[in-house]
Design a protein around this ligand. Structure first.
Ligand SMILES: *[C@@H]1O[C@H](CO)[C@@H](O)[C@H](O)[C@H]1NC(C)=O
Ligand SMILES: *[C@@H]1O[C@H](CO)[C@@H](O)[C@H](O)[C@H]1NC(C)=O
Ligand SMILES: *[C@@H]1O[C@H](CO)[C@@H](O)[C@H](O)[C@H]1NC(C)=O
Ligand SMILES: *[C@@H]1O[C@H](CO)[C@@H](O)[C@H](O)[C@H]1NC(C)=O
Ligand SMILES: *[C@@H]1O[C@H](CO)[C@@H](O)[C@H](O)[C@H]1NC(C)=O
Length: 494
């Protein structure tokens, strides 16, 4: 449930993700020997059969997953360097991972590789007086949120609820340290290595491993409270809802964010009994006084029939586990309550097309009704105000979709059925995405990388206008394509 929301989708850092070296396996014995003799005493090496190996390589999605022969548990900068050097000299491809791992169809190309496991690099340092926070490579967003909440501060979102007020997370980066593919560490700010500062903010995983990044933080909204308004409608209310959203989205007040989730509902199916019932959840969060918030979400009151609704005041650091009627269930914070075969799709939306949105709703209802093994899937939308996002110049960073009105995402769960293939489910994920992308007022399919699948053309992910400069950077910093596991950039474009 709520796969897209539960993963780091809403608050993605777009910095490091995962990366691998493009080469062919030679000797894992040679690799193990090299790692054992060069990692620090706190680092460790695991091979299949070691008790921790399964724990450290289990992925949130087993669909299109990479496979590993060796895990290098790193605990500091020198361990990271040793791991890259050993893998390169043994000619074994590598992938950096945190304690949970993202989805990308291209990961399947990496087989029998080295996993560089970075979970220990999760240090977070808050300097409340200077209004900054420094987060190491595998820092977890919920820990960032709680560390800041404790001192009355908050942070801009990647793409997320506070973006109307504070802009994108990448706009708050002040400096970072990255280990380049040749293992040299450089500091990157708007004045030091400005070319990397531009490129890392949108495509950082192509240029090395970010050891840590320092962000500007902001004073908390008064009392740190948000109005959280949840609604659940039958999917047949889609027409009314999307009409309301189309009217409202372009004029949303800066503190407002609306998210949706369309899901097959076991509860309402039982009540209704006859027609399978998929329901549309709508969550509106207003980062400000309750009375203002109630006014801002009034347009949702007119939609009927409503199956249930709930207005509550929720502290900023507890929104994720309370939005969508979750009532504080923290399972969502572990990225996923269940593991399994999952895939992700997404599309940027510049205009709401009511007919297309209704068609998407019907296609999704058909999918989860006809194929019981798809019933854990989720169809979500994020429409957060964008005043502060647009206040930053388009060319300030590599990220290409600053102008997006909203984002549509799909998280598909192929439950307990490894024989489910695209063909078996009638290529519905691809068809549903086209329904939206073809009518979104964009230049074809455009997708925020955090919501991408891996099957998109590079222009859809990075943007045609950004690619010449990104390719030049790739050529300069990673000419051999060592960090090519995740959405690799070309070294020349066009
Ligand atoms: C297993 O991995 C999880 C993260 O996925 C981590 O929190 C836990 O500490 C690991 N268990 C051990 C015994 O290291
Ligand atoms: C690594 O690459 C950077 C950027 O091209 C360069 O400045 C640095 O000198 C290189 N380091 C080594 C050891 O070659
Ligand atoms: C960030 O990483 C650099 C390079 O490893 C290191 O010198 C610096 O101390 C780190 N900053 C923090 C706050 O950990
Ligand atoms: C409304 O949300 C609050 C906070 O999550 C929860 O405690 C309460 O039980 C919810 N009420 C209903 C009717 O869902
Ligand atoms: C998997 O899905 C296919 C197609 O829907 C179905 O024929 C098959 O029985 C399912 N297998 C299991 C183990 O659920």
């Amino acid at each position: 449930m709520y796969f897209s929301l539960g993963s780091s989708a809403l608050l993605l850092l777009t910095l490091t993700l995962e990366s691998w070296a493009l080469s062919f396996p030679r000797g894992s014995d040679e690799l193990v020997d090299c790692l054992k003799s060069s990692l620090s005493p706190s680092g460790s090496v695991q091979t299949p059969g070691d008790p921790l190996f399964v724990n450290d390589t289990t992925r949130v999605s087993s669909y299109d997953a990479p496979s590993f022969k060796v895990v290098s548990q790193v605990t500091n900068e020198d361990d990271v360097r040793a791991s890259i050097k050993c893998a390169t000299s043994a000619n074994i491809p590598f992938l950096f991972t945190g304690p949970k791992h993202g989805f990308y169809t291209g990961f399947e190309k990496l087989q029998n590789g080295l996993e560089i496991y970075t979970a220990a690099l999760d240090q977070i340092t808050v300097d409340a007086d200077a209004n900054t926070i420094t987060v190491a490579g595998a820092g977890r967003f919920q820990d960032v949120v709680n560390s800041l909440y404790a001192v009355g501060k908050n942070i801009r979102a990647g793409i997320g609820r506070l973006q109307g007020l504070y802009g994108l997370l990448i706009d708050s980066i002040l400096s970072l340290y990255i280990m380049l593919p040749n293992t040299t560490v450089v500091e990157v700010t708007k004045d030091k290595n400005p070319d990397l500062f531009w490129g890392i903010r949108g495509a950082g995983f192509n240029f090395g491993y970010v050891l840590n990044a320092t962000y500007r933080v902001y004073d908390e909204v008064p009392n740190g409270q948000n109005l959280n308004a949840d609604f659940e409608y039958p999917y047949t209310a889609a027409n009314e809802f999307y009409q309301a959203l189309k009217d409202e989205a372009p004029k949303m007040p800066a503190p407002l964010c609306i998210a949706t989730s369309l899901q097959w509902s076991p509860t309402y199916n039982k009540i209704d009994g006859v027609m399978p019932q998929t329901t549309l959840f709508v969550n509106a969060v207003y980062a400000g006084p309750e009375s203002e918030g109630r006014e801002a979400v009034k347009f949702l009151e007119g939609i009927s029939p409503v199956l249930r609704k709930n207005y509550t005041e929720v502290p900023w650091n507890q929104l994720t586990q309370n939005a969508f009627f979750l009532k504080g269930d923290e399972a969502i914070l572990n990225c996923a309550a269940t593991y399994g075969e999952r895939s992700v799709f997404g599309a940027v939306i510049n205009q709401v097309d009511v007919d297309a949105s209704v068609q998407m709703t019907e296609q999704f209802n058909y999918l989860v009704t006809k194929y019981p093994q798809m019933r854990g899937s989720d169809n979500s939308m994020y429409f957060c105000a964008k005043q502060a996002v647009e206040a930053v110049p388009e060319d300030s960073a590599a990220y290409a979709w600053r102008g997006a009105l909203g984002h549509q995402t799909w998280g598909y769960l192929f439950e307990g059925n490894s024989s489910t293939s695209d063909a078996l489910i009638e290529y519905l994920p691809e068809k549903i995405r086209s329904t939206i992308a073809d009518t979104a007022g964009t230049d074809g399919l455009e997708v925020y990388i955090g919501f991408s699948n891996g099957d998109e053309p590079i222009e859809s992910v990075f943007g045609k206008e950004k690619l010449p400069r990104l390719a030049a950077l790739k050529k300069k910093y990673d000419p051999d394509g060592l960090f090519n596991a995740y959405h690799p950039l070309p070294t020349s474009y066009p």
